[in-house]
Design a protein around this ligand. Sequence first.
Ligand SMILES: C[S@@+](CC[C@H](N)C(=O)[O-])C[C@H]1O[C@@H](n2cnc3c(N)ncnc32)[C@H](O)[C@@H]1O
Length: 397
Amino acid sequence: MGAPPRFPCSPLRGVALVGAGPGDPALLTLRAAELLRAADVVAHDELVSDAVLAMVPASAELIVVGRRAGRGATGYRIHPEVLSRARKGQFVVRLKAGDPLVFGRGGEEAEELALAGIPFEIVPGISAALGAAAYASIPLTHREHASQVVLTTAHRKDGGLPPPAVAGGRTLVLYMAAHDLAANLAAIGAAGWPLETPAALVVAATTPDEVTVTGTLATLASSAASVGAPARKPALVWVGDVVRLQRTMDWRRALPLRGRRVVVARSRTGPSRVALELRTLGATVMELPHMERVDLAREAPVPPARWPRHPDLIVLPAATAASALYAGAPERWRSVPAIAIGARTLAAARSAGVIETWQARESTIEALVQRAVETLLPARGGRGLSALDASLEEVSP
Ligand SMILES: C[S@@+](CC[C@H](N)C(=O)[O-])C[C@H]1O[C@@H](n2cnc3c(N)ncnc32)[C@H](O)[C@@H]1O
């Protein structure tokens, strides 16, 4: 018996149209995460979050495509760079915000790939409305309030119709509605929805910048303006009685690390317990893959453009991870507080010029998480996790 037959080449080729979800990298599907690790090229929209892009390995080429970056209308359905890379035999992940087939033009890109004879697969993602429903705590349906959902776009040029007529038990969710919020709300009123209908604006859902403003069709635009809801970030508008449930359901209000950005420089593959615990406390955790395997003598460090936006805290599990991280990280990352596990890691961080370093008291997960909380919440004066318990009690409904 000879050796078993081998694949003549890797079956990874063509294009994967992959949903990146609404922003939190923890909401990527398992398939999306494994394809990102295997990609030769990742072609992404500007709307894909930096926290998700931080998961792309240094070996993959990263290119920005999509209409926000592509300055308005284009004469193509799929970016020519995507087609040419795939034709050269590279495996391209076309990473699209939310779900590729919900207001994402994924259908058009798939048609084009089929016509060009390029193999492709489609990986669903969590669409913004689903991510926002869970993180902003506004259901889409509810047995007492809504049994029908209409997902629509406020951009009529993009094929959207006028807002659907009012109907009891219906929730309306508008994508791309923030830009001209007052006019969009007025159009819903003109379609017959009473002006006192509850309404909400959810900005940058599932990211550390998430903001939710609630009101009614009549008041939402001025409330959003008065809290300074950022007009340049992606946002959804919710209209319907379900908005009333937000006050009771808001489970993330109690999370003490909500809005904090933490980088964990991974020194091993597999799930990270520290990342799990910090996420459970509400932080957005970016796991930078496998710093231990970076051989600085032979490999270029990750290019600065690839690093996520300024984090609030960096967790360094090992000295090699610390050296690899600071060899490539943008200079300003040296002013971000860092927690080191062990004296050697602490020394590596200090010799890399990190200004504020902390050492976990012991090399246990509890000590590390405790130290992270104390560093991120200094006002709690080192009371750490016991203060957390108190804060959770304070805000629990
Ligand atoms: C071109 S559409 C893409 C939708 C995407 N395919 C999806 O399934 O979510 C862009 C719009 O999605 C919405 N959106 C995307 N990410 C969002 C987020 N994190 N928070 C709120 N809205 C978001 C905004 O309405 C934005 O204008």
